[in-house]
Write a protein that binds this ligand. Structure first.
Ligand SMILES: Nc1ncnc2c1ncn2[C@@H]1O[C@H](COP(=O)(O)OP(=O)(O)OP(=O)(O)O)[C@@H](O)[C@H]1O
Ligand SMILES: [Mg+2]
Length: 234
């Protein structure tokens, strides 16, 4: 079993959105997937209550119970444990980091988010964890051009010592609409751009979790994978 912790001590960066979309992608790929929600707000658990599909298990958990739950899940045949965390205390985030094979730190491409994730990244690195940054709510390209804020964010995140996932999530209504229905964007709009980027991001995360670490992209650019480019190698 592998454990993915989704982190950022700043509120509203997209931790829950990312955790749930990756969980559904993993489950759809045939992995037995468990989401545990350490956040007292219990957004993931609320989403699960809205959901009709019974396959994906989402549980609320006290951070102190994570290690034991992880051991049990491994014994029960869970393939992937995803830990959704809150904008919370260092002690809670530390529990998630300790249990993680991979720490995905979520940030939007803005000054405040980037500054706020530095501590989280340093904490994960102090435990020698594999750290990847996932950009969320990136503005869409205009006339084929990336917004400069995206490139700046990628460079700043690299400066914190982690790898930036070459696929991030754009700001899209599909993410908001789908979760309000207890769905994910790939279920709500399977042919949509959000579904494409989630599929590509999941493949990259899965490779990183399951094998030798995926190579970092060579250029400091944010690779946008639209539907037409979904087959492009990382
Ligand atoms: N890529 C996106 N495009 C558009 N809206 C998004 C995107 N990602 C997240 N959102 C919206 O931003 C808000 C915050 O997202 P989310 O709850 O996932 O963040 P969070 O980091 O889990 O927040 P918290 O710190 O409170 O747990 C939600 O309304 C969500 O629908
Ligand atoms: Mg959340």
């Amino acid at each position: 079993m592998k454990t993915l912790a989704v982190l950022s001590r700043k509120g509203g960066t997209g931790k829950t959105t990312l955790a749930l979309h990756l969980a559904v992608a993993a489950q759809s790929a045939g992995l037995s997937t468990l989401v545990v929600d350490l956040d007292r707000q219990q957004s993931s658990v609320e989403w699960r209550r809205q959901r009709r599909d019974g396959a994906l298990i989402v549980e609320a958990l006290r951070p102190g119970a994570l290690f034991t739950r992880q051991q049990d899940a491994g014994r029960d045949g869970v393939d992937l444990l995803i830990v959704d965390t809150g904008p919370s205390l260092e002690a809670d985030v530390e529990q998630a980091i300790r249990c993680a094979d991979l720490c995905a730190i979520v940030a939007r491409p803005n000054f405040f988010d980037i500054k706020a994730v530095a501590d989280t990244a340093a904490l994960a690195q102090s435990f020698h964890r594999d750290v990847v940054f996932v950009l969320n709510q990136a503005p869409s390209r205009r006339n084929g051009h990336e917004n400069p804020a995206v490139g700046e964010a990628v460079l700043a995140l690299r400066g914190l010592g982690g790898v930036v996932a070459p696929i991030g999530l754009r700001s899209r209504v599909a993410y908001q609409q789908s979760v309000s229905l207890g769905l994910t964007a790939q279920e709500h709009e399977p042919e949509g751009a959000a579904a494409s980027e989630i599929a590509a991001l999941w493949r990259w995360i899965d490779a990183r979790l399951s094998a030798e670490r995926a190579p970092a992209p060579h250029t400091p650019t944010f690779v946008a994978l639209g539907a037409e480019r979904a087959a492009r190698p990382y």
